[in-house]
Design a protein around this ligand. Structure first.
Ligand SMILES: Cc1cc2nc3c(=O)[nH]c(=O)nc-3n(C[C@H](O)[C@H](O)[C@H](O)COP(=O)(O)OP(=O)(O)OC[C@H]3O[C@@H](n4cnc5c(N)ncnc54)[C@H](O)[C@@H]3O)c2cc1C
Length: 330
């Protein structure tokens, strides 16, 4: 019998694992689950508490390192043994490769949203580097400022069906956001951003990309890809069969592109737990519903159907509510 399943990270993937098997022991450094899809709401004026969901933990502490040979997790003041381990430590962001990175503000979570909310009121022109999902939602949320999105590719929201880019471009343009395509950034300076052909004045430059996994640097003895644990289709580490990974911190070998999303985090957390319990379930990534927003406008796909307006908003809110309820249940 498997005695002890330890879950590292009580975000969306981690609480889904715990929800599937309440005997798993959940560890996180934060007393709250941060519901990332609600972080954007904080920028556009909702209460700072809105994304923070209280949930129970078995241990509170920051993971410092993991001894895979001896099956031991080191927290700052405590060591915890495991029989099976699920790593669900979320994502981090790297923009050190940008020339002038010291003038760039990252955007990867709640603290960045709070900082932006306070700072943006004093800014004349905000430049967002990256026209992906996050860059577009950010641009839509920053009201009352001049905003430019610099996208290196031929269209924003590359990788999503073209209807996403068309809808987002129309909504952003109608709210006064400038979108510059094929504009890879060459350098960021204190007061400007320079691309191959142009220079943009900027008193706040945000980077909405460069996401990596979030394994502590001390965790070296395991195969990783971009700081994510490399796993097989059973979400099992390529090196240690008793170690699993889920959510933003997993990289599925030969699994094609797996987006960082709440649906993927939820389903992978459940699959990782089922396999840690002794089942043998393959992870089949499906981002069945993909709803985004620009300002107050919601749109996206459910299966192959494009939805927009109130129905899209309700689908998104229902998906978020499902996770919030599970966090409260565990
Ligand atoms: C601003 C923003 C908006 C987003 N909006 C959407 C959206 O609208 N729809 C969508 O589908 N996806 C969205 N995403 C992506 C989605 O939220 C993530 O893919 C999902 O949260 C990943 O879940 P996770 O459990 O892997 O990581 P997380 O939910 O980030 O959880 C990681 C957990 O690990 C804990 N942790 C980290 N390091 C340590 C440590 N050393 N010790 C202890 N605990 C630690 C953290 O405290 C955290 O609780 C958004 C992401 C961002 C950043």
């Amino acid at each position: 019998m498997v005695e002890r399943i330890i879950i590292l990270g009580g975000g969306i993937a981690g609480i889904s694992a715990k929800w599937r098997n309440r005997r798993g022991l959940l560890i996180d450094e934060n007393p709250y689950l941060t519901m990332a899809p609600r972080i954007i709401d904080v920028i556009s004026g909702k209460s700072p508490d809105y994304p923070l969901i209280p949930r129970s933990l078995d241990y509170t502490g920051s993971v410092q390192s993991i001894d895979f040979e001896n099956r031991k997790v080191h927290l700052r003041n405590k060591d915890i043994n495991y029989d099976r381990l699920i790593i669900a430590l979320g994502h981090s962001q790297d923009y050190s490769f940008i020339k002038g990175s010291k003038y760039v503000h990252g955007f990867s979570g709640y603290a960045d949203a709070m900082a932006l909310r306070n700072e943006m009121v004093h800014k004349k022109h905000i430049v967002i580097i990256g026209g992906g999902y996050l860059g577009v939602e950010l641009a839509g949320a920053i009201g009352g400022n001049r905003v430019t999105v610099l996208e290196g590719g031929k269209q924003i929201l590359g990788g999503l069906p073209s209807k996403f880019a068309k809808t987002a471009s129309e909504l952003l343009s109608s709210s006064g956001v400038d979108i510059e395509l094929e504009s890879p950034v060459e350098e960021v300076r204190k007061d400007r951003v320079i691309t191959a052909g142009k220079s943009y004045e900027s008193d706040l430059t945000l980077f909405a990309g460069g996401f990596t996994g979030n394994l502590p640097e001390t965790v070296q003895d395991i195969t990783t890809k971009n700081s994510r644990v490399a796993v097989n289709s059973y979400l099992q580490s390529l090196d240690y069969p008793d170690v699993y990974a889920a959510g933003d911190t997993m990289s599925v070998e030969n699994g094609g592109f797996v987006p960082m999303s709440a649906i993927i985090a939820r389903s992978s957390g459940i699959t990782a737990m089922e396999n840690a319990m002794g089942f043998r379930k393959q992870f089949r990534p499906s981002n069945f519903a993909n709803i985004m927003r620009v300002g107050k406008n919601y749109f996206g796909t459910v299966g192959n159907t494009f939805v927009q307006g109130i129905s899209a908003r309700l689908i998104k809110e229902a998906a978020v509510a499902l996770t919030v309820n599970r966090a409260r249940e565990i």
